[in-house]
Write a protein that binds this ligand. Structure first.
Ligand SMILES: [Zn+2]
Length: 189
């Protein structure tokens, strides 16, 4: 399992819902979790590893750590501590009208970051590994992550949510880095 990087066409495809939560799906989720942790990501969606299914994983342990550094610890004290979310067929069922801007990066666009505006809070419904329906309401970084990962399932990248000018600047820079990488690979081969 390898992280696909932009402009891999799999990143632009709409992923298909999971019909059966079988051993294969559970194994894919576990492998995705490992890829996310190895890549220092806080979230990963199946299309990012070339799998055309509506699956995402989120490293909530890191999110809680980042948030507790930024906030009063009271703010998160009542949060249920799920360390890694594995979400099957996740769907956003509510978005707050309030919006926030946060700096985002993506394992599929290494080295690129940009401010992205999104709903400050969202509710998400998904199936867990046992096939049970879960509903959670998320805020702050977890809400950003949920929206970013579910976008991946619809073939949307964070660069699709910024202005044309910012996207052009970011991609110009990204392509230069990317060409450098490719040349590097050719030399090694
Ligand atoms: Zn991403």
């Amino acid at each position: 399992m390898k992280v696909r990087i932009y402009p891999d066409p799999v990143l632009k495809k709409k992923a298909l819902p999971v019909a059966d939560i079988d051993q294969e799906i559970l194994s894919v989720l576990e492998q995705m979790k490992n890829v996310m942790i190895q890549g220092d990501g806080i979230g990963l969606a199946a299309p990012q590893v070339g799998i055309d299914k509506r699956l995402i994983v989120i490293n909530n342990e890191v999110i809680i750590k980042v948030m507790s550094d930024a906030l009063d610890s009271d703010d998160i004290a009542d949060k249920q501590e799920v360390f890694v979310y594995k979400m099957i067929n996740p769907e956003i069922t509510w978005r707050s009208e309030e919006r926030s801007i946060g700096n985002e990066g993506c394992l599929s666009l290494p080295g690129s970051y940009c401010d992205v505006e999104r709903a400050s809070s969202v509710s998400v419904r998904f199936l867990d590994e046992r096939g049970e329906t879960q509903n959670i309401t998320t805020t702050k970084l977890l809400a950003v992550c949920v929206q970013h990962e579910i976008d991946h399932l619809d073939g949307i990248l964070f660069i699709d949510r910024i202005s044309n000018l910012k996207r052009r600047l970011l991609l110009d820079k990204y392509k230069k880095q990317n060409n450098g990488l490719r040349q590097g690979v050719v030399k090694l081969l």
